[in-house]
Design a protein around this ligand. Sequence first.
Ligand SMILES: *Cc1c(COP(=O)(O)O)cnc(C)c1O
Length: 402
Amino acid sequence: MTTPSQPMLPYGRAVIDEDDIAAVAQVLRTGTLTDGPTVEAFEQALAEATGAAEAVTASSGTTALHLVTLALDLKPGDQVIVPTVTFLATANAARYVGADVVFADADPNTGLMTPENFEEALTRARKGAVKAVAPVHLSGQCCDMPRIAEIADRHGITVFEDACHALGGTYPLNETVPVGSYKGSAAAVFSFHPIKAITTGEGGAITTNDRELAATMRRLRGHGMEKPPSHPALADFATAADGKVNPWIYQMRELGWNFRASDIHCALGLSQIKKLKSHIARRAELVAYYDKLIKPLAPTIRHQGRVGGNPGWHTYNILIDFPKLGMDRSALVKKLAAENIGAGVQYMPVHLQPYYQDLYGRAHLPGAEAYYGKCLCLPLYPDLTAGDVERVVATLKKVTGL
Ligand SMILES: *Cc1c(COP(=O)(O)O)cnc(C)c1O
């Protein structure tokens, strides 16, 4: 029955075309490989795509998150509420600046942090210590931002979104607002890792409506360097006898990093973002087709709970009642792999990681753990065909006997 010639379908992958390749080659020919106009052009395109006032690129989604925790001046003694159903980087970004993480539970049906999960996490936090909350738009579906922002506002907490899964989508309650421009949050973070909506190889960005925050993040991603110098400590060095500022002088008033994305990365991003709309539309079509084919497998297998809006679908997640199926996830993943179908699991809750258990002990977050117990990501990317979707579901039926 197994036909070894069937191509491998990973659960996510980048789609690179000849235009992308030509765009990168073109930048290589200009000789301006970093700090050049392609970085600015990509930032401009990102701001336009998300409707945000500013976009700041970074070397990865992780360094973009780090820039946000730095720019928000989070520090030791502060706490940040982070949903436990996320990639490691959301929580780690708080740790990079010495702040502590309070993990929030998730809705067992969607995997998203609900406003109730946020409020429950606040009851476990130290009074007055929570400075920020980082909702994660898991698999492209957005958290309930208006209610989360309202709770945050009441407690004097800053909101920043981990929108790494959600580029190109809109929020559920206001389908005209693109993800990345929500007025109730300080910033939204995106990743351009190859399995995300658009790729730069490695790369990330922050969108914000706060121009001052954007300027701080641009400074911090480049060693904290500023020109021309303004600090009185540099008065003796800064100017020539004619009173003009010496061209080589820059100042550093605070510790910065090198978290820049190069013009090579941004050339790929600029080419990719032209296809964002069509790729997101294609992902939505594939999700609808999966939904139709998966439906008869209920209640043992169903799609992850839906919140509405127009998600920029990142993964196609199903929830499986493994006890009912009489098969565990390892066995299922292995059987799918034997048929050249890659399945992902997003995510093992971060609070279960040894690093975080060592820091904070073994927390019990039942909604997140229930979600984790059921979830599986099936292949989803723009050049997946309808025939591929049929093959995935047919294989799922075959190996589960449903
Ligand atoms: C991909 C991802 C990140 C990190 O992005 P990198 O570009 O891989 O550093 C952070 N958070 C979430 C939810 C992600 O999916």
